[in-house]
Write a protein of this length. Sequence first.
Length: 199
Amino acid sequence: MLEQRILQHFADSADLKYQAAQVLARPISQAVQAVLACVTSGGKVLACGNGGSAADAQHFSAEFVGRFERERPELAAIALTTDSSILSAVANDYAWDRVFSKQVRALGQSGDVLLALSTSGNSANVIAAIEAAHEREMTVVALTGRGGGRIGSLLRETDVHICVPHERTARIQEVHILAIHCICDGVDAQLLGEQDPNP
Ligand SMILES: O=C(CO)[C@@H](O)[C@H](O)[C@H](O)[C@H](O)COP(=O)(O)O
Ligand SMILES: [Zn+2]
């Protein structure tokens, strides 16, 4: 019974990944170009999301600042989910909705990228961060699901939308982390050449 449930999770996740590859290859490659143009011209990536997506934002930043699979120069990325003093002060003094947008206004500059993660596309603090990024003339790379929610209708033509075609949060998150690894690999391939790190 329990093993059957586990088998079903693996099967559903694998099916979605096969299906989503067709839809997402283009926006993921657009995300690679956007992020590469940003970091090679002195810009930085700010990343945000809630819960599992906060972990994804940090996972992405760790691979940019540290490394993904190959040695390369450090790339500028900051997760906006980690400074508990900023998060608690802004949530306490203003509202939880503003914990990311105030950091985007403080740190964001024209040419930077906001990596915005929300499986529903409806988290108010991520929406406010996107609005702040637009004010700062940043490009937004949004990772969403469930049709994109409110974030889908907020994005501009110059932004990138990686919208996982699924309704379930866990499945969407599993594709988000795959997309993040594809972005890291794509940036490395553009910077270092296409050699396979694990031949
Ligand atoms: O990881 C999970 C569920 O798999 C949760 O922590 C989940 O991320 C949280 O409920 C988030 O608050 C959901 O926000 P969002 O993806 O809709 O923006
Ligand atoms: Zn989760």
